[in-house]
Design a protein around this ligand. Structure first.
Ligand code: GLV
Ligand code: GLV
Length: 334
């Protein structure tokens, strides 16, 4: 019989519609904040689910879902899914790597430039009618070209940022990761491996692009921030939980870090008032992969993954992009 699948949010109808050729689809029509009970109810009769990072799924949500076999996450990060609980229940989880790497690297660079060159702060100042107060030292920022770029986490997104910095802006690129890249790859992206403390101390601009897990929780805490240059920029396009936000707000407020560009936060969609109050932080609402082409490619890949994992349609017998408990614990260490 046809599998039943739950689609948790409105995505792209023409792409999600492909599921209907092979499955009975229960698709949520409006943007919805699902609480745990609503997720449990939606999964009760489902064989598969297509979800976004806003749906948190663990043992509690799975308890009454005996038929569930596959969850396709529309996103590369999958900290919204309790992978050990899914593994224990025999449920395959998939994500959407690769298709969003270059688009997210673009946003990382955009935030870096906006923060270092004070672009959004300048625009607010102009709109406030303050140009008549202009002086030669108005909005002095930090150079990007020729500076030292630090990258924490060197997956595909990190490599994309390294290439942009090295080839486009003549930056010296340093990185830290749980494992070193092969030398041929290091040469291609123009990046040199250093230990965590060296990365913190030498980066003029530091970009976070590593997966979030309990092991990487608050990797950038007060102690790490204290090792950075007071003139440095911090950019986070990965997950909010990597950064101790009160500690970050504190160094930004007291001139111990020049600027930050954040696309992700600990309590999304809430943003801490301490961060909102600062002029030297650029804030975007988790739009790393938000180009039209890339968001469509992510949904297409998630649909393909779900059909493959359920073993139906043209994707039957093709590999999905399964994630495993082992991969979630593998993070950039110190
Ligand atoms: C977005 O944050 C993603 O993980 O794809
Ligand atoms: C994403 O694809 C990453 O590995 O950074």
């Amino acid at each position: 019989s046809r599998p039943r699948v739950w689609v948790s949010q409105p995505l792209f109808d023409d792409i999600v519609g492909q599921l209907a050729a092979h499955c009975d689809v229960d698709a949520v029509a409006e943007v919805t904040e699902h609480d745990p009970a609503a997720i449990a109810a939606a999964l009760r009769e489902a064989d598969g689910a297509l979800v976004t990072l806003n749906e948190r799924i663990g043992a509690q949500e799975l308890a009454g879902a005996p038929r569930l076999r596959a969850i396709a996450n529309v996103g590369v990060g999958y900290n919204n899914l309790d992978i050990p609980a899914l593994d224990a229940a025999g449920i395959v989880a998939t994500n959407t790597p690769e298709v969003l790497s270059e688009t997210t690297a673009d946003l990382g660079f955009a935030l870096l430039m906006a923060a270092a060159r004070r672009i959004t702060e300048s625009e607010r100042w102009l709109r406030e009618g303050r140009w008549k107060q202009w002086s030669f030292s108005t909005m002095l920022g930090a150079d990007i070209h020729g500076s030292t770029l630090g990258i924490l986490g060197m997956g595909r997104i990190g490599q994309g940022i390294a290439r942009r910095g090295h080839h486009g802006f003549g930056m010296k690129v340093l990185y830290h990761n749980r494992s070193r890249l092969p030398e041929t790859v290091e040469r291609r992206v123009g990046a040199r491996y250093v230990d965590f403390d060296t990365l913190l101390a030498q980066a003029d601009h530091l970009v976070l692009v590593l997966p979030y897990s309990p092991a990487s929780h608050h990797l950038i805490d007060a102690a790490a921030l204290a090792k950075m240059k007071p003139t440095a920029t911090l950019v986070n396009v990965a997950r909010g939980g990597l950064v101790d936000e009160p500690a970050l707000a504190d160094v930004l407020a007291h001139g111990r870090l020049a600027a930050a560009g954040l696309d992700v936060y600990e309590g999304e969609p809430a943003v801490r008032p301490e961060l909102l109050a600062l002029r030297n932080v650029v804030l975007t609402p988790h739009i790393g992969s938000a180009s039209l082409a890339t968001r469509r490619a992510m949904v297409q890949l998630a649909v393909d993954n779900l059909l493959a994992a359920l073993g139906v349609g043209p994707r039957a017998g093709h590999p999905a992009n399964p994630v495993t408990a082992k991969k979630t614990t593998a993070i950039a260490g110190q």
